[in-house]
Design a binder for this molecule. Structure first.
Ligand SMILES: *Cc1c(COP(=O)(O)O)cnc(C)c1O
Length: 335
């Protein structure tokens, strides 16, 4: 039972089968039929002109930022944004693009007034503000559809592009019970991770216009991300989207059970109404030795990560009985 992340999910039997029999070619020549099929299908499915199958969510975001922005440009994003805080400063290091982070509101949104104040005037002192990047879900929280609409209006008004880090966008899709296009329609570009709760072993998608994706393809090659017989991976990637989306609903139900169970323990406190999808953040009593707790749980085959608040991520390789057993094992350890 591994609560650290949904990235730990193993590929399904159907994925292994599809990988073993996938038709392949050299994708740098554009010859891999399975990659081409995934990209054409995914573009249509998400309502974009084109898609690119890439190695990771980090690479998808970096390609997106570099395809939208030139050296000396900047992008607006959240202080908690993955593509600001958790991607090694890649946009700055590799793209010479400056991030302009804004504090996220408690619900994960960015305040338009604060964003407006951060847009730089057209003056030689400043970097040129080109893009707003949002994340959905962000720390497991869903950005409301109405907020996305406002973000589109805001970026039109200020002549900015709008990018979505949609690593876990399907968790929002399932929780809101909408078609992914309902979310995607507001964005110039978006990313989707196939290798988190959707269980593919490797891979993400970047979506946008044909012209944008052709720029991203050139940058991907430059960064060493051109892949050859990548159909082996794309075969699993397509099953992630066609077979695994409904599993996320089960993950969300298990997250609710875990949230209620943790809240019933004196050592933990959390707001169940902030648990929208598959991620549970719970404040743990500061008197509890987290390292010792982690070790005791590990001896019972349960892996957690230490932080304040603690983060627990639900996914297909943890079922309801597992969650119940975890709570039983945990209770005496934190009593
Ligand atoms: C995981 C994640 C990424 C990066 O994906 P990797 O495949 O791990 O590089 C980007 N954005 C968000 C919101 C993520 O959760």
């Amino acid at each position: 039972m591994d609560f650290r992340s949904d990235t730990v999910t193993h590929p399904t039997q159907a994925m292994r089968q599809a990988m073993a029999t996938a038709a392949v070619g050299d994708d740098v020549y554009g010859d891999d039929p399975t990659v081409n099929d995934l990209q054409i299908w995914a573009a249509q499915q998400h309502g974009f002109e084109a898609a690119l199958f890439v190695t990771s969510g980090t690479q998808a975001n970096l390609l997106g930022l570099m395809a939208h922005c030139q050296r000396g440009d900047e992008y607006l994003c959240g202080q908690q944004a993955h593509n600001y805080k958790f991607e090694g400063g890649g946009a700055a290091v590799l793209g010479s693009i400056q991030p302009q982070p804004i504090e996220n509101e408690p619900d994960g949104t960015l305040c338009f007034k604060k964003l407006e104040r951060a847009i730089k005037p057209d003056d030689a002192h400043f970097a040129q503000t080109k893009l707003l990047s949002l994340e959905n879900t962000i720390n497991g929280k869903i950005l409301p559809l109405d907020y996305l609409k406002q973000a589109r209006e805001f970026t039109h008004k200020h002549d900015l592009k709008l990018h979505l880090d949609g690593a876990r966008v399907y968790n929002a899709v399932v929780a809101l019970d909408v078609d992914v296009k309902e979310i995607a329609q507001y964005f110039d570009s978006m990313t989707v991770c196939l290798s988190k709760g959707l269980a593919a072993p490797v891979g993400s998608l970047l979506l946008g216009t044909k012209e944008f994706i052709s720029r991203a393809r050139r940058i991907r090659k430059m960064l060493g991300g051109g892949m050859r017989q990548a159909g082996i991976l794309a075969a699993a990637g397509k099953l992630a989207l066609t077979e695994q989306v409904s599993q996320l609903k089960v993950d969300h139900e298990n997250a609710q059970i875990l949230a209620k169970g943790l809240n019933a323990l004196d050592a933990f406190s959390l707001k169940p109404e902030l648990v929208h999808t598959n991620i549970v953040f719970a404040k743990i009593d500061d008197n509890i030795d987290q390292a010792a707790l982690k070790q005791s749980l590990q001896q019972q085959g349960i892996t957690i990560s230490c932080s304040q608040p603690m983060r627990f991520v639900l996914h297909k390789d943890i079922n309801r009985q597992d969650v119940e057993r975890f709570l039983q094992v945990l209770a005496p350890l934190v009593a």
